[in-house]
Design a binder for this molecule. Structure first.
Ligand code: HEC
Length: 147
């Protein structure tokens, strides 16, 4: 039995050496890029929904866009958790984290509701909920500095 000990100890050491690197040493630039990718995806889905609402393109994908928007919205809060200032995010994101995270959770809930309503009742049912779900400006005004 004891001859396995060095192996076990070696594995434990290797895990200990890897874990902190993954957990805490993310490059701030990568963190900023990551959340930008998420916000751009949100922007793209919101843009697609906007064109459908204005009846400029066919609305057949409406529920799918709403679902995609809700899915991406559910990844957004996590992306802001590491305090990596930069990009277009104002320092207020972390200084007023309680309010910021509340707004993000409300956004997430509203887009989830939109997706659910769109699946069940299509544009006719979900259309009136689009405006409430698009709380983008309410957050950007306080937490984003357009560069
Ligand atoms: C709870 C806050 C919050 C909500 C809600 C929110 N955003 Fe943002 N958004 C931000 C912040 C903060 C940034 C700046 C991120 C950065 O650059 O680090 C941002 C950045 C962006 C960007 C720029 C991405 C880039 O770098 O090119 C777009 C586009 C965007 N948001 C679209 C939207 C749209 C569309 C909605 C609504 C459907 C929305 N956002 C809802 C906080 C929010």
């Amino acid at each position: 039995m004891s001859r396995f000990l060095p192996v076990v100890a070696g594995v434990a050491f290797a895990v200990a050496a890897i874990l902190p690197t993954v957990a805490s040493a993310a490059d701030p630039t990568d963190v900023v890029d990551y959340r930008k990718h998420i916000m751009k995806t949100i922007g793209a889905q919101a843009g697609a929904i906007g064109l459908i609402m204005q009846q400029k393109v066919p609305g057949d994908n409406f529920a799918l866009h709403a679902e995609t928007l809700a899915l991406v919205a559910s990844t957004a809060l996590k992306a802001f958790e590491p305090k990596a200032e930069g990009g277009e995010a104002k320092p207020e994101v972390w200084a007023k984290w309680d309010d910021f995270s509340k707004k993000m959770k409300e956004f997430q809930a509203a887009t989830a509701d939109l997706a659910k309503t769109a699946q069940a009742g299509g544009i006719a049912a979900a259309g009136p909920k689009v405006q409430a779900a698009f709380s983008c400006k309410g957050c950007h005004d306080t937490y984003r500095e357009k560069k």
